[in-house]
Ligand binder design. Structure first.
Ligand code: FA5
Length: 351
């Protein structure tokens, strides 16, 4: 009877071991038959209650069965181990293309800013910087636009309210705080700290409280250029302008100056370049004029030198302020300025 049971345990244990496919199933089979409360363990415990001859033969059978089950477990484990390192099954195709990692890249405005900086540093210019939150003094007064000067209206301004004591003190000392409407305040800040001769550019963000359209943004970039010395003249200015634009567009660019008005320059100019599309013949991009308008410029007004702490009529210099987006638009043939800061990745990913 007991022998019958042992034989049944053997058959069922061996077939279960063969059918297992993973470590945890194998562990469960081992536990079921050989564990503390396992089926074969229970039989081995019963042997002591049997009489002499029966105990002997059942004992031999039970122990042989136990060893057979242990052997079957061992060889199954070995088989599974081998399977794990089966190089055929584990074959890796190293020629399959990897997952593409998406790299970030520079924003088109940053690309253009860097290009401009490279060209000007090669021409011996330094790069200067100034704050985006400015005072009325630097944005207007020092640039020859005292309070109530009508020219201030040309720069639709975001005025700021002081929110702490420090800002209130600045406010009392240097006029109201504002978001700078152009990069020209950097001229004064730089001149207060440096003596001529020097040449700088100052790229940076500007803000204007105006309605947006395809060529106007409330937040945009300008880059200021300022070259000051004993005898800087309009000829130097034209030369540097031509050099810059020809290098920037990688073609010969001619320059045209038209009379204009800025309180901080005298004389003042509108600065045009020959059309980058038609080369000056006339096309849709230049509205058939052959010229593209890029910004304002002029010879630094002596009042600006005086406001910066220089003596009157000793130095001469030229200055300009060009829109960076406008240059990027010409370079990449973009007809909508709001794309730059609109956050549309389909646009940004093209650069
Ligand atoms: C000025 O801001 C003067 N500070 C430039 C200057 C500097 C003149 C030094 C003389 C000497 P204006 O407002 O014209 O000038 O702006 C200059 C350029 O900034 C424009 O030609 C245009 O390219 C760009 N710009 C102005 N307003 C906007 C705007 N809302 N959106 C995008 N670009 C603008």
């Amino acid at each position: 009877m007991l022998k019958q049971q042992i034989l049944q345990i053997k058959t069922s244990a061996i077939s279960k071991i063969e059918a297992t496919e993973n470590d945890s199933d194998l562990f469960n089979v081992e536990k079921k038959y050989l564990g503390k409360k396992g089926e074969l363990t229970a039989i081995l415990k019963q042997l002591k209650d049997l009489s002499g001859e029966e105990r002997k033969s059942a004992g031999i059978l039970a122990n042989v069965t136990k060893n057979e089950i242990i052997e079957a477990l061992k060889s199954k484990k070995a088989e599974m181990q081998r399977g794990r390192f089966d190089f055929q099954k584990e074959k890796i195709d190293v020629t399959i293309p990897g997952k593409k990692i998406k790299h970030g890249h520079l924003h088109p405005i940053t690309i253009v800013q860097k290009e401009i900086e490279d060209i000007f540093t090669a021409l011996g210019f330094e790069i200067a910087d100034g704050p985006e939150v400015e005072t009325e003094f630097y944005n207007f007064d020092a640039l020859n636009m005292p309070k109530n000067h009508p020219a201030r209206d040309a720069w639709d301004t975001f005025w700021l309210k002081p929110t702490n004591n420090r800002q209130q003190k600045t406010n009392n000392r240097s006029g109201k705080l504002l978001l700078r409407t152009h990069t020209s305040p950097v001229q004064v800040r730089y001149m207060q700290k440096n003596k001529p001769p020097f040449r700088i550019i100052a790229p940076g963000k500007c803000f204007r409280n105006e309605a947006t359209d395809s060529t106007h943004e409330h937040t945009f970039y300008q880059f200021e250029a300022l070259m000051v010395g004993d005898a800087i003249n309009v000829g130097n200015f034209k030369y540097i302008g031509e050099q810059f634009f020809s290098r920037f567009f990688q073609k010969d660019i001619r320059i045209r100056l038209r009379p204009s008005f800025f309180p901080f320059t005298e004389p003042s100019f509108e600065f045009d370049i020959s059309c980058t599309v038609c080369g000056g013949q006339g096309c849709r991009s230049c509205k058939n004029t052959g010229w593209l308008e890029v910004g304002g410029a002029g010879m630094v007004n002596q009042n600006v030198f005086v406001a910066s702490g220089y003596p009157r009529n000793i130095y001469q210099g030229f200055a300009w302020g060009f829109g960076l987006e406008r240059l990027a638009m010409m370079k990449y043939k973009i007809d909508e300025i709001r794309l730059f800061h609109g956050g549309d990745l389909r646009f940004i990913r093209q650069f």
